[in-house]
Design a protein around this ligand. Structure first.
Ligand SMILES: Nc1nc2c(c(=O)[nH]1)N(C=O)[C@@H](CNc1ccc(C(=O)N[C@@H](CCC(=O)O)C(=O)O)cc1)CN2
Ligand SMILES: Nc1ncnc2c1ncn2[C@@H]1O[C@H](COP(=O)(O)OP(=O)(O)OP(=O)(O)O)[C@@H](O)[C@H]1O
Length: 221
């Protein structure tokens, strides 16, 4: 995405950018080869794993919705390599709760159906790991509609990841998955709660590290 702002037009709001990004996502998803995209993402994210990847690492991912860059092959590849994968459930206050992803259960949960707090886990042996589980991860892979060159990420607007990322270890890299073409050349609006990401991976398998930024919002919280 590369809309150039014109000097006499007001800057678009997050809401306007989000609406345009959702429309664009629907078009890109319809034109995308999901199977190639899933493999490209899995390969690229495995390459992004921190150095000690020969050991078991813990990675936070999410279960993708139909228009999103597909995550099922990534989750399967991480599990096959012996890593731990946690995925989020969203609670009614838009905070995220985490549970282990297990092969065979991928995609069978409503990842955006908000659950009342204190809902017991359903399914064999599943347990909640607590919102703080993100602090134990070696890599966090987030959803997002677009990311700019400074690493500002625009999500679905619930603020779920903005809240959740406050729990991560400041040294843990955070990357967003995008369809190729969703990256943004002009700056997104950044608010104090927005936690910039370290990079993004596209459905073409491109790994892009976003510029380090020391603005006050960086690593906020
Ligand atoms: N695949 C995927 N999982 C994800 C996210 C995402 O973007 N993609 N999230 C990224 O943050 C979190 C969920 N974000 C959410 C943001 C808004 C609403 C929401 O407003 N829900 C409405 C109903 C929406 C519907 O049914 O379509 C509601 O509960 O009233 C829910 C979840 C966690 N899991
Ligand atoms: N740490 C927080 N505590 C409370 N509210 C927050 C926090 N972070 C964000 N919010 C609120 O969440 C709402 C959505 O924020 P924003 O538009 O930045 O979402 P987003 O980044 O697109 O969504 P997401 O993080 O779910 O991908 C805003 O009203 C914001 O004030």
């Amino acid at each position: 995405m590369s809309q150039q702002p014109s000097p006499d037009q007001p800057l678009p709001t997050k809401r306007e950018i989000r609406q345009a990004a959702r429309r664009r996502r629907a078009e890109l998803a319809a034109a995308s080869d999901g199977s190639a995209a899933g493999s490209a993402i899995a390969e690229a994210v495995l390459r992004f794993l921190p150095e000690r990847a020969e050991d078991q690492v813990r990675v936070a991912v999410y279960e993708s919705l139909p228009d999103e860059p597909p995550t099922a092959p990534l989750i399967a590849a991480l599990l096959a390599a012996g890593h731990e994968v946690i995925v989020p459930i969203v609670l009614d206050d838009f905070s995220l709760e985490w549970t282990y992803a297990a092969e065979g259960t991928i995609g069978d949960r409503g990842t955006v159906a908000r659950l009342p707090k204190d809902t017991p886990p359903s399914g064999d042996g599943r347990r909640w790991l607590g919102p703080g589980a993100l602090s134990t991860c070696d890599l966090v892979v987030t959803p997002g509609l677009t990311v700019d060159r400074r690493g500002t990420r625009l999500g679905q607007g619930g603020g779920c990841y903005d809240r959740a990322l406050r729990h991560r270890d400041p040294g843990t890299p955070v990357i967003t998955l995008l369809h190729e073409g969703e990256q943004r050349d002009t700056d997104l609006p950044r608010e104090a709660h927005d936690s910039p990401v370290d990079g993004y991976v596209t459905t073409s398998g491109r790994v892009v590290r976003t510029a380090a930024d020391s603005s006050p919002a960086h690593r906020a919280g």
